[in-house]
Design a protein around this ligand. Structure first.
Ligand SMILES: O=C(O)CCC(=O)C(=O)O
Ligand SMILES: [Fe+2]
Length: 291
């Protein structure tokens, strides 16, 4: 990009750019003009990939803080690595013989913290160990999803808000293998959540993006869960169409920054999950989150 000390190369037609020319381990030496340009590019491309950046936890957090204030970790605090309350560890590596609670995190499409009134602006995920085959993360572009709506549907959605909570009524039901009618309203209230417009304008790019996701979006305002389900399912399918995706094959030393305002992500169990203790299947990822 003009006037910056880094180069950017598209990862796919619409989604993602790989950034070269920056040393993330020396975050405080990165010029403000470069930081501003990274935010601008992120708003356009949705994800930024930095390769061959073997950071430690302190360097990862220093780079994150160089970009802006950290988000509160909330529920993820219990999955922080020792001594790093601001990091979220996603791993399939046992600890003291006990299987990791995050070994199959992200089994539904979502954007981080969409259940908060002010969701996370961006997340930075760093790869320490990746399975020899698989362990990918998939990303979907919500500008493309928005632009694929027919104009009539777009007009209708423009006035609608939807309720977002950690696990929607239908997600809870699916996880328990129960009909969704068995989930009581009180349960969702205890989880908390918030109303967001279904279509939102991105503050940096000015573009409109679809903002509903399969894990968290429960219902439209003034509609029941049952009435909302068919249209939500249509929107979830549109959001995650293969043509709207970029799929990342991780290498140790990769760091991906994604924008939660215009992308969603999902981690398929696309490796030999039955043998997750085999050394070639180890997966260790660390995430920081920007407010
Ligand atoms: O494990 C992954 O690839 C993604 C996990 C996830 O959803 C996250 O870190 O926000
Ligand atoms: Fe996530």
């Amino acid at each position: 990009m003009a006037g910056t000390s880094f180069s950017a190369r598209p990862l796919s037609w619409q989604t993602g750019s790989e950034i070269t020319g920056l040393d993330l381990s020396r975050a405080y030496e990165i010029a403000q003009a470069d930081i501003d340009a990274l935010w601008q590019l992120l708003g356009e491309r949705g994800i930024l990939l930095f390769r061959d950046q073997p950071l430690d936890n302190d360097q990862h957090l220093a780079f994150t803080r160089r970009l802006g204030p950290l988000a509160k970790t909330g529920l993820l605090g219990k999955h922080a690595p020792p001594g790093y309350p601001d990091l979220f560890q996603v791993t399939n590596i046992r600890s003291g013989g006990v299987r990791s609670e995050t070994e199959n995190a992200a089994q539904q499409w979502h954007s981080d913290q969409a259940f908060l009134a002010v969701p996370a602006r961006a997340s930075l995920l760093r790869c320490v160990h990746a399975p020899a085959l698989g362990g990918d993360t998939m990303f979907a572009n919500m500008y493309q999803a928005h632009d694929a709506l027919s104009p009539g549907l777009r007009d209708m959605l423009a006035g609608l808000r939807a309720f977002n909570t950690l696990f929607s009524t239908r997600t809870l039901a699916r996880r328990r293998r129960r009909p969704f009618g068995s989930i009581e309203e009180g349960e969702l209230e205890r989880q908390g959540g918030t109303w967001h417009p279904v279509l939102r304008r991105h503050e940096d790019s000015g573009r409109m993006a679809l903002f509903v996701n399969e894990q968290m979006t429960d219902r439209f305002e003034g509609w029941t869960v049952e009435d909302s389900a068919p249209l939500l399912d249509h929107l979830f399918a549109l959001a995650t169409r293969p043509a709207h995706q970029y799929r990342h094959r991780w290498r140790p030393g990769d760091l991906i920054m994604w924008d939660n305002r215009c992308t969603q992500h999902f981690a398929p169990l696309d490796y030999d999950f039955a043998n997750l203790d085999a050394p070639e299947n180890r997966r260790l990822m660390l995430r920081s989150t920007l407010a």
